[in-house]
Design a protein around this ligand. Structure first.
Ligand SMILES: NC(=O)c1ccc[n+]([C@@H]2O[C@H](COP(=O)([O-])OP(=O)(O)OC[C@H]3O[C@@H](n4cnc5c(N)ncnc54)[C@H](O)[C@@H]3O)[C@@H](O)[C@H]2O)c1
Ligand SMILES: O=C(O)C[C@H](O)C(=O)O
Length: 307
């Protein structure tokens, strides 16, 4: 059991904190936000659910980055979400300034932590944080694929009417409109999904998965998704704190894997106590390779905008 810090006590930060606390993954959760009272209020509100959910985690909040000290894992959700009609890349210029400052504070107060980025555009900001911090790539990862895969599995469950607990979906690539839903690796208790659904239904699932974030945003209007993103963060945190060696799609810095000497994108990763312990390289077919390339090109175009 360790101390986990969450930077950004907004909607995603709060949902992640609630799931992490409720499932007793941390001895302590420290929330940090620049908005006066936001982190403190979030911490207290969640603390008051402890008797209901029977957890022991102690929560605290502050505007002072010194609260990060001794954190073993730091989840970064700080930054602005996009508004309806925007792409995730449209918030890059604002969020990179926020992330740079946070990374500098992390290096000052918790340089030994494992960093899990959520703020968008997540692939680009994970890469930026890795570069700026100088940390090994094993300790700088991002959350996207767990959420996108859960969305895809939910859509398979809705289309088939089958139990979502039997469905395993996999989404790789960048967390943008050109993400790569991997139908070939999507199964229902080991049975390929195309045994249950025709080509049209599968195409509907791919399209809906790619637009999953935008669909929730269009409905909520004033906020992008946070319940499923918070749960996805908690699943990655759990894999690390319990050293379970789970294979989860994660944003990873690529250094030759999938033929990319540099960049960051969602690939299957083994997560354990050291953070990213291994990248699993799949044999992609021609169409998957083309989708992967297209997705990486859009991430690299955003990385090229950074200076
Ligand atoms: N990777 C994913 O799958 C995924 C999923 C959902 C949301 N997101 C992204 O996560 C980010 C947060 O979304 P949200 O809905 O929680 O937004 P939000 O507006 O509810 O919360 C963001 C919080 O960040 C805080 N903040 C801003 N600058 C800060 C700083 N320098 N230090 C500490 N805190 C700071 C704000 O005060 C605010 O409380 C957005 O960029 C969004 O696009 C990513
Ligand atoms: O869609 C967004 O902007 C938020 C997040 O990336 C999501 O997929 O829900």
């Amino acid at each position: 059991m360790q101390k986990i810090a969450i930077v950004g006590a907004g909607r995603v930060g709060e949902a992640a904190a609630q799931f992490i606390a409720q499932n007793d993954m941390a001895r302590e959760i420290a929330m940090l936000d620049v908005r006066e009272g936001a982190a403190e209020g979030c911490a207290l509100d969640i603390q008051e659910t402890a008797p209901l959910f029977k957890f022991d985690t102690r929560l605290s909040g502050s505007t002072d980055p010194a609260i990060l000290r001794d954190a073993g894992i730091i989840v970064v959700t700080a930054g602005i979400p996009r508004k309806p009609g925007m792409s995730r890349s449209d918030v890059l210029d604002t969020n990179v300034r926020i992330i740079d400052e946070i990374v500098d504070n992390i290096m000052r107060y918790a340089p030994d932590a494992i960093l899990l980025f959520v703020s968008n555009p997540v692939d680009v900001l994970t890469w930026r944080a890795w570069k700026r911090s100088g940390l090994p790539r094993e300790r700088v990862i991002g959350q996207a694929g767990v959420l996108d895969s859960s969305r895809m599995a939910a859509f398979v469950a809705l289309e088939t009417g089958l139990c979502s607990c039997d469905i395993n979906a996999m989404v790789l690539g960048g967390h943008g409109d050109s993400m790569v839903p991997m139908l070939r690796y999507t199964t229902i208790n080991g049975i390929p999904v195309d045994k249950f659904l025709d080509a049209q239904a599968l195409e509907r699932i791919v399209t809906r998965t790619r637009g999953g974030g935008a669909e929730v945003l269009a409905l909520r209007k004033n906020s992008s998704a946070y319940d499923a993103p918070g749960a996805a963060v908690a699943q990655m945190v759990e894999a690390i704190v319990t050293d379970r060696k789970r294979v989860l799609p994660s944003v990873a810095i690529l250094q030759g894997e999938y033929s990319y000497p540099d960049g960051a994108m969602g690939v299957p990763c083994v997560l354990g106590k050291n953070g990213l312990e291994r990248i699993v390289e799949l044999d992609l077919n021609a169409s998957e390779t083309a989708m992967f390339k297209h997705s990486m090109e859009s991430v690299l175009a955003d990385i090229a905008r950074l200076h």
